[in-house]
Design a protein around this ligand. Structure first.
Ligand code: AMP
Length: 475
């Protein structure tokens, strides 16, 4: 696979190229590094390119093309492909590269253009400093070192590359706009260009690049993971928000329909109709063979109740659990409501379960441990005299209904994986009025409390962010 990263000096191409090469197992070829190495080693090539580099202008095409193509042919590393960073930079180089690849029956697969405004580029370039010893980059504006002038990693001295000084930076940008911008049009015409907003946070840009690559590649999407948990890109979150809205609207329709005398099987048609209206699909239908589009669990039924002939009567409580798939992305939510007038105890159980979910959502944020969420849910429930179900837990969710991690409603604070922005979780406390033990009935699906006590269930799909988590299952 051949991927070109295009972007002005200061657009973050180098950082993203390293990230992509690690994620995808591709070899990173940075033309600037090739020329800098040559310059430092004092080879004839180095002496020749020194002057150009110091002036911030491009090395002549004949030289650049020969050197980079040679390196491309000569790299003996066993590689799944290349990320080209800094080459091509002129139309002549792009054409020479296309020809060289075509001669080998190859072609550029995709050109990722990281777009950043000129004003921001100048700000970034002006602040760029590098460690003389380990080459770690710093930015005095956005990522300064702890101690001024010293590298955080190795204590080495920081210096500003000659070609990052303001005058040279300005020159490099001028050259970029004159020589390299035409490549945007060139690759657009070839249908190979994808543009990414480079003014977002570094990790968001990285995720956007991966998501773009995933869409372009055939087959399953490439997924960014942290502790095995998939991080969603902003565009994936947009689809999950849509799926969440479908779930919330459907649940609202179900709750409106609840009345004494109705059979639980009557809910099925409501889900089918509400989902179809919104071009979504119920995720439960057929999942591991589940026979219905929602779960309806009454009184002592905890979860996975199958809609059927059971008739709701005044004083029952009923848990409604729905999942939707919208354009390949899922959301999942549940509520428990009373049928007509219910007992004070049943009402307290419902309130404790709803409150436990809200408290769990309040605790779930970037940088905290999953165990922090589990622990507050458990404490909230148990301090009200109820118990949390152990055998069934919440889960990560996204393109699959059940992704990593499992989200227990009991646990120890400061334990478990760290939550990161972009993770999406279905939090779902299942709370029993009596003991937490459960069993499965003879239909092989419906989970009931072992002691026959009442059980309630509330669930939302949420996205972790810096502040309070975003609830995705809202109308
Ligand atoms: P970079 O680190 O990519 O900004 O490159 C640093 C310098 O190396 C540039 O200012 C140019 O002088 C030279 N250089 C890097 N890549 C090329 C290229 N594709 N064509 C010509 N000169 C290049």
């Amino acid at each position: 696979m051949y991927i070109i990263l295009l972007g002005a000096p200061g657009a973050g191409k180098g950082t993203q190229a390293v990230f992509l090469s690690q994620e995808l197992g591709l070899t990173h070829l940075a033309s600037g590094d090739i020329f800098r190495q040559a310059q430092n080693s004092g080879t004839p090539l180095g002496n020749m390119v020194k002057d150009y580099m110091e002036r911030g202008v491009l090395v002549p095409d004949e030289v650049a093309i020969q050197v980079v193509l040679e390196r491309l042919g000569a790299t003996s590393e066993k590689s799944a492909g290349y990320i080209l960073d800094g080459f091509p930079r002129t139309l002549g180089q792009a054409q020479a590269l296309d020809e060289a690849l075509a001669a080998k029956g190859l072609a550029i697969d995709l050109v990722l253009y990281i777009k950043v405004s000129e004003e921001e580029l100048l700000r970034r370039l002006g602040g760029r400093w590098i460690c003389r010893v380990c080459q770690a980059p710093y930015n005095l504006n956005s990522a300064p070192p702890w101690v001024a002038g010293r590298c955080d990693r190795c204590g080495g001295e920081l210096y500003q590359r000659a070609d990052d000084s303001r005058e040279t930076a300005q020159k490099r940008l001028e050259v970029y706009f004159a020589e390299t911008m035409p490549l945007i049009e060139y690759y657009t015409r070839l249908g190979k260009l994808a543009e990414i907003d480079g003014e977002q946070e570094v990790d968001v840009v990285g995720r956007s690049l991966l998501a773009t690559l995933g869409k372009f590649k055939e087959g399953p999407q490439l997924k960014v993971r942290d502790s095995g948990i998939i991080i969603k890109s902003p565009s994936e979150l947009t689809l999950m928000r849509e799926a969440g809205k479908v779930v919330a609207d459907t649940l609202a329709a179900l709750v409106r329909a609840v009345k004494p005398g109705m059979a639980t099987g009557e809910f099925e048609a409501i889900v089918v109709e509400e989902m179809a209206k919104r071009r979504a699909r119920p995720s439960f239908k057929g999942y591991h063979g589940f026979p219905a589009s929602l779960c309806v669990s009454v009184n002592e039924e905890v979860v996975h109740g199958i809609p059927g002939e059971r008739v709701l009567k005044e004083g029952d409580i009923v848990s409604l659990d729905v999942g939707a798939i919208y354009q390949g992305y899922q959301a999942d939510a549940a509520v428990t409501v009373g049928v007509g007038k219910i007992s004070t105890k049943a009402q307290a159980l419902i309130e404790a379960t709803r409150g436990a979910l809200e408290t769990g959502i309040g605790a779930a944020r970037h940088g905290c441990h999953l165990g922090d969420v589990s622990a507050v849910i458990q404490y909230y429930v148990e301090s009200r005299g109820f118990s949390v179900v152990r055998e069934y837990v919440g889960h990560g969710i996204g393109q699959d209904m059940h992704e990593e991690p499992q989200v227990p409603n009991f646990g120890v604070a400061s334990r478990g994986p760290l939550l990161r922005r972009g993770m999406t979780l279905a939090l779902e406390p299942m709370v029993n009025a009596g003991d937490w033990a459960t069993k499965v009935t003879s239909n092989g699906w419906t989970v009931v409390t072992a002691d026959g006590s009442l059980s309630a269930h509330f669930e939302h799909t949420i996205a972790i962010s810096d502040g309070e988590a975003e609830i995705l299952t809202l109308s």
